[in-house]
Design a protein around this ligand. Sequence first.
Ligand code: SAM
Ligand code: SF4
Length: 473
Amino acid sequence: MESADLVVINTCAIREGAEQKVIGRQGHLAKLKDANPGLRIVLTGCSVREPDRAGLRRRYPAVDVFLRPDEEPELVDRLGLASAQGAIGTVAPVGPVGATTTVGRAVVGVADGLSGTRARAVGEGTVARGSTISAWLPIIYGCDKTCTYCIVPFSRGPERSRPFDDIVAEARSLAAAGYREVTLLGQNVNSYGHDLAPEPRFGHVDAARWAGRRLDLHGRPDLAELIRAVDGLRTTDGRPAISRLRFVTSHPWDLSDRLIAALAECPSVCEHLHLPVQSGHDGVLRRMGRQYTVEHYRERLDRIREAVPGIAVSTDIIVGFCGETEEQFEATLGLLEAIRYDQVFAAAYSPRPGTPATHLADDVPPDVKRRRLNELLAVQERIGLTRNEAWLDREVEVLVDTVVPPRSHDHGGPAAGATAGQGAGEGSVRLSGRARTNKLVHLSGEPGLVGRLVTVRIEHAGPYALRGALVGA
Ligand code: SAM
Ligand code: SF4
């Protein structure tokens, strides 16, 4: 960073710790600017919230330009790079407003029409991709839910769906570029399409929702329609042009029967669903504003497991939310035992200024939150191990994506400790990848296997990963 002329900080505001880390580095950044007066610092991501522009300057004094997440494509213009070094350090006026989020009467989020910017970047081939194997494909921006603990509706603004044809075109270009895996992305992908204009070609899309908000979906594309269209992109020999299709995140309240049918019927859709539950107690779910009950959640999951036998399921959980009693926490542990998730992402509740939950007392003491979190992770570690042991001696398809660097305490060559098998010969290294169930799988093989779909026989199962031998590439 010492030699940089431009530093772009992409922030996460979901929990307080992440924001504090960036605030804590302002002094260091200011020193870098003293040493290099040409240095420009840009802050973007969820910490840049529209109603909070004034507070940003105070908390991040070293920053020259603030960009809301939906303003990121404007980075070059705002820095003046495209316009002969124009003025820097000013906060540009908000562009044409495409949608707003209101809580009560207050406008808490605004967003401009994003879709055009992305479509243009896709056309010009200038979308930054972190991998040449797997790609994220945003389908909907923002969130219209009002989970009381969550900063996202305030930082990311209201829901805006990208046009159906733009998404399918981007998927087609990813397939042509050789991407094996595509993940459709949004805070709540199950809401996709409700804000698009109705079209005769989507006349068959039923307005009825099994549950969820009463949205007028008639004649608009939904996620099921989109998944079927991307799955329908085929190679000349009839295989899905994108081998693996995933989507994240699904809100349980909006998970439709149409979507479950698409999961079951589309061969490219991976057998994995991330379905955040947050708590196993209805009282806590109500305070969280999650809209569903435990019963509703379990009904949806039963339907999915019926439709896609063997599907892996992961979830998010918050422990120690406002007013969570020991009994309510135990109900969450009970839910884990009943559902038997493959993976759980758990966090202790962290109050976020400006969210509705700040009006509730954050009354679970930090040591109790910590203890509950550890207890929950221990329960899940045992469940995860059992779930993974069920894969022993079975063959799985793995998309190899990483050459794992040798660890400092490894002796005896790069593949030391590797299991035997077709790939464990000379020149073989440690590799890892994901099964269709999203399980992390370690194996040994040639570095050239990165980016390929291979078959691995599972020989070892741990709570968080599998290890096996290559049996086919
Ligand atoms: N849209 C997704 C959903 O409906 O679950 C999740 C998006 S959020 C970026 C990811 C996870 O962060 C949430 O599922 C929740 O478990 C966690 N999270 C959000 N706000 C939090 C807070 N204030 N404290 C602790 N965890 C939080
Ligand atoms: Fe946050 Fe809830 Fe929206 Fe997820 S659905 S982003 S948790 S408000």
